[in-house]
Design a binder for this molecule. Structure first.
Ligand code: SAM
Length: 320
């Protein structure tokens, strides 16, 4: 397979109403739930989500893989191909550093030229306003016959499964999960993997933002019991914080070893589910994307998709 860098559809456009907020306190003045109340989209006048510019790196990585996956598998896989995004957002976002509006992950996928290979796409978000907004955007694209946004919560695995059960069980699925915290219960991952059977995952693990601050106190401080429990549920591994190497790293304030142990434990839980083909890619120091597949082909596609960094440099594939 040739590896050329595919263009992704971002529809960038300056949004003059953006206040270029510098910090959380400034943002809070303008936030309306998940949206910026000051700067609706100049493209469709619907709400947009305020993001940091590293969001582009994530969108880039996802869409590069999506394209190779959809194009590479639609003819080989007779049962059809589905795309499922959990934590979809409203489809359009605004880069606060420069007041530029771009497609979020959902719209970048929906407008990708390889979306034609997809049979069903589900975009799930907990926020009703987000869901309503994305459904309007899907309608504007004329894609409501095969794409739909719907309300769902990743902490409610039965509710999620009720929706996923409507998908064809012979299909091949790509599931992307994009939370802002390490709090998607591993039970939810296990339930999705068991029900959908043929599914590859891309998961945004917010190790640099959420977990970085809280791993050490979770290991050492009994008043962090609730946070510790959150991470244990996320990892699907209740003994993580008691492991001698975790305790040692926490006592030495060795944050990089702690992060590494956390990421390795998460990956190992996927391996227990049969996901023996995994890879991770950092998104600056904020988070990393975990790719997990049961098949070597999935990983081969992912590595091809990662041939170029989000900023255009060719990256060495060390096969690790
Ligand atoms: C990082 S944003 C998604 C951004 C989007 N994927 C993009 O890149 O354009 C996270 C989203 O998760 C949603 N969310 C938060 N908690 C959730 C939960 N428990 N279940 C489902 N969605 C949730 C929020 O409403 C928000 O829209």
């Amino acid at each position: 397979m040739r590896t050329s860098k595919q263009q992704i559809t971002l529809d960038p456009i300056p949004n003059g109403a953006c206040k270029l907020c510098k910090n959380k306190a400034e943002r809070r003045q303008f936030e309306d739930g998940a949206f910026c109340a000051e700067a609706p989209s100049v493209v469709d006048e619907l709400p947009v989500r305020c993001v940091g510019e590293w969001a582009y790196d994530k969108i880039y990585r996802l869409v590069q893989y999506f394209g190779i996956f959809a194009q590479g598998m639609h003819k080989r896989w007779k049962g059809g191909i589905n795309y499922v995004e959990i934590c979809s957002g409203p489809g359009r976002c605004i880069l606060r550093e420069r007041g530029e509006e771009i497609n979020g992950t959902a719209m970048a996928i929906l407008q990708d030229k390889r979306f034609k290979y997809i049979d069903r796409a589900l975009f799930i978000d907990r926020d009703q306003m987000v869901v309503g907004t994305l459904n309007k955007r899907i309608e504007n694209l004329g894609l409501s016959h095969k794409a739909r946004a719907l309300a769902g919560d990743y902490t409610d695995k039965d509710g999620l499964l009720a929706e996923l059960k409507k998908l064809n069980t012979n299909a091949l699925n790509l599931v992307f999960i994009d939370p802002t915290e390490c709090n998607v219960p591993f039970e939810t991952i296990r339930a999705i993997a068991t029900h959908l059977k043929n599914v590859d995952f891309i998961i945004n693990v917010t190790l640099g933002t959420d977990a970085n601050r809280n791993l050490t106190p979770s290991a050492l401080n009994s008043s962090f019991e609730k946070v510790r429990r959150k991470y244990e549920l996320f990892l699907g591994n209740v003994g993580f914080f008691e492991k001698p190497e975790v305790q040692k790293a926490a006592k030495q304030r060795d944050y990089s070893t702690l992060r590494k142990l956390f990421a390795e434990t998460y990956k190992a839980e996927f391996e227990k589910l049969g996901y023996s083909h995994t890879d991770t890619r950092s998104i600056r120091h904020y988070y990393y994307l975990l790719f997990a597949s049961k098949h070597s082909k999935g990983l081969e596609f992912w590595r091809k998709a990662c041939t170029y960094s989000p900023h255009g440099q060719k990256q060495l594939d060390l096969g690790m």
